[in-house]
Design a protein around this ligand. Structure first.
Ligand code: 7RM
Length: 661
């Protein structure tokens, strides 16, 4: 909700027509729209056969008879890793570079498709030797190093299921994910480079595995990267480089059913417990490959692609690992922070490798904007020809800056809307086809059906706001929530269509507006999910972390508009009565910020914590976050008439004169 509307007035009238360079792509792409409109399923079947190698062809494209549980290409068989590796080598492209890796301290590695294939084959043999088989879950907790990609592909190659846990998450987050998926193996590193120093990873895994619910883990495989000292559990822990040295180099990829599970990725929802989003093989790989090729106009022989996302997020899964590798792309992988050892590090990397396609988040763009254009202007960025944005709405001002300063005023920008659940891009302009409108994600991709509906399920009129839904199943859709089919149905499918309806529609949780051209403008989440720097965080999850601390009686968390990160976490906390005198509000607030960071991870640490005496509640006891949001954003407080006690907000805003927070 926050940033889109403010400066859209200033830029809304600006239109950026496609340049001549993309004329050929425009013709090809409009053909895709036509084909998909004529027969959506035939379109996806054709794309899938063109983009992937099927060991066994499929006869049925979609089985939606058990909606909302979909099956795509169900009787087909393929191997995801073979599609990302072996077939490129067999096609004569083994010497093509797959990964141009940059470590934060300045070390680098360049890895060809032949080398990556060889490495994944060894890793697959190692996993098998460790007793990992088809369907077993493997947790991966690694920095942005090539072994992260190797580990994911090796797991996929043997038909096991990976659960990648972002390296910024805490021991408790690792514990709950390992427990939920009953992981048999954890792959981690001693540490990785982050913000100019080695940040240890293994201690968090050790701490997690010392907790309850993690007894399923038999081994911990440790990549040496940080060279930091680590504790060692004999019989459980193995060094990756030692263990991989004495396994066979040959490995033949076995074919698995199209619906065989590929990975689980946990994401925040509206409750305190993250959901394990399940993705499967054939449909997921079809749509990640299709979108990566067409949304970015990829030419794998000549392009150098870079997506700045960490593999711990869905963007890293789909647009660092599976999409680009399925398409045989050459890509940059960067371990560290954007501003080290100097604030132009990213632009230096683009110059060094001649990056032509760059995909990043609005938060990053806004923080570079703040530093001024002198920094990127000092580098040669003329190799760039397509820019992408993902994770949150991009405000028109940042959009225009991105195009002018980074894209030299000539590159198309694709603003891509999608989710962990959708698996791949759903709404985006196509370069060369769509007249770009800064701030609007614009149109559904070929083969994707998007609607904006009101609460009753009716299409909103032009200019109207409503809820974003996907009205037809799509190949890379989530297949469920791990271990919780009821929550899957409830969360996504029951708002627009129940078992009574023949065809339920997918409710995305985002608000959207349609303009007079039919373009889609995303307006932010309509549920209690926040978006901080393009990362999803749940208010309920942070609230439960807060109340797990013995000094806290009650808490309420809101996402407050933030100039750089889109939203920021702001918490309101009532201390237990015996605690209020024990410490100052400042002390309590500092203690609790650290506590949240320990419980979930540094990204969830509140920007501010206000220690308050009361929270605004309705008569039925529901916290009115809207009012707290007014306070957190420094606005006049809205309508308080539905509060059980109307004086509460006066007390809270009165208190804010005090210094805590
Ligand atoms: C890819 C990713 C999903 C949520 C989604 C939206 C927001 C993502 C855009 C966007 C406006 C965009 N997956 N979102 N992309 N909002 N414009 N181009 O971020 O599962 O982590 O988050 O992110 O609210 O529901 S995610």
């Amino acid at each position: 909700m926050s940033t889109t509307s403010i400066d859209s007035l200033q830029h809304e009238e600006r239109r950026f027509p496609p340049s001549e360079e993309f004329a050929a792509n425009a013709v090809a792409s409009s053909g895709l729209y036509d084909e998909a409109r004529a027969d959506r399923l035939a379109f996806w079947a054709k794309q899938s056969r063109e983009l992937l190698h099927w060991h066994k062809d499929f006869t049925q494209t979609l089985d939606w008879s058990n909606a909302p549980f979909a099956k795509w290409f169900a009787d087909g068989e393929l191997n995801v890793a073979y599609n990302c590796l072996d077939r490129h080598v067999l096609a004569g492209n083994g010497d093509r570079i797959a990964i141009l890796w940059e470590g934060e301290p300045g070390d680098s590695r360049s890895i060809s498709y032949a080398e990556l294939t060889a490495e994944v084959k060894r890793a697959a043999n190692l996993l098998t030797k460790l007793g990992i088989g088809k369907g077993d879950r493997v947790a991966i907790y690694l920095p942005m190093i090539p072994e992260a990609v190797v580990a994911m592909l090796a797991v996929a190659r043997i038909g096991a299921v990976h659960s990648v846990i972002f390296g910024g998450f805490s021991a408790e987050s690792i514990r709950s994910r390992v427990d939920d998926a009953s992981a048999k193996l954890v792959i981690t590193a001693d540490g990785g480079w982050r913000k100019g120093k080695v940040s240890a990873l293994k201690p968090a895994v050790d701490a997690a595995l010392a907790k309850e619910g993690t007894h399923t883990v038999e081994n911990v495989l440790v990549v040496k990267r940080g060279e930091n000292d680590v504790d060692w559990v004999e019989g459980r822990d193995l060094w990756w480089h030692e263990a991989i040295a004495d396994v066979d180099a040959e490995h033949e990829a076995e074919a698995f059913e199209a619906e065989h599970p590929l990975f689980i990725l946990y994401t925040s929802g509206t409750t305190g417990k993250p959901k394990g989003i399940l993705h499967t093989s054939g449909g997921y790989l079809t749509q990640t490959a299709f979108t990566h090729k067409n949304v970015f106009d990829l030419h794998p022989e000549t392009d150098v692609y870079w997506c700045s996302a960490d593999v711990g997020w869905i963007t890293g899964h789909s647009y660092v690992v599976y999409g680009p590798l399925a398409n045989g792309a050459t890509q940059v992988l960067y371990e560290g922070t954007p501003d080290l050892p100097h604030p132009g590090r990213w632009w230096e990397i683009i110059q060094k490798y001649g990056v032509s396609i760059f995909y990043t988040a609005p938060t990053a763009i806004r923080s570079f904007m703040k530093l001024g254009r002198e920094i990127p202007d000092a580098f040669d960025l003329t190799s760039l020809r397509v820019l992408g944005s993902v994770g949150e709405p991009i405000n028109p001002e940042a959009w225009v800056w991105y195009r002018e300063v980074i894209g030299g005023g000539k590159t198309p920008i694709v603003d891509t809307w999608w989710q962990t659940e959708t698996g791949a891009i759903m709404v985006s302009a196509l370069p060369g086809v769509t007249i770009a409108k800064p701030g609007s994600a614009q149109v559904a991709l070929p083969g994707i059906s998007i609607d904006v509906l009101d609460e009753a399920g009716n299409a909103v009129p032009v200019g109207g706001g409503g809820l974003l839904v996907v009205s037809e199943p799509w190949p890379s859709m989530l297949r469920g929530i791990w271990g919780d089919p009821e929550r899957f149905k409830e969360t996504y499918w029951e708002k627009f269509g129940t078992a009574l309806f023949e065809k339920p529609k997918y409710f995305a949780g985002d608000g959207a507006r349609l303009d007079e051209d039919g373009d889609i403008w995303l307006l932010g989440r309509v549920d209690d999910v926040m978006n901080v720097s393009g990362h999803r965080l749940s208010t309920a999850e942070i609230e439960s972390a807060l109340v797990s601390h013995p000094i806290v009686a009650e808490s309420a968390v809101v996402g407050a508009a933030d100039e750089t990160t889109g939203q920021a976490v702001v918490a309101f906390v009532i201390l237990r009565s015996d605690q209020s005198e024990m410490q100052t509000a400042d002390e309590a607030s500092a203690l609790l910020r650290t506590h949240v960071s320990d419980q979930i991870g540094a990204i969830a640490r509140p920007r501010q914590i206000f220690i308050v005496a009361e929270l605004p509640k309705t008569r039925s006891g529901k916290i009115m976050r809207r009012l707290l949001q007014d306070v957190a954003e420094g606005r006049a407080i809205g309508d308080t008439t539905t509060l059980a006690d109307t004086s509460v907000m006066q007390i809270i805003s009165g208190q804010l004169g005090s210094t805590n927070g």
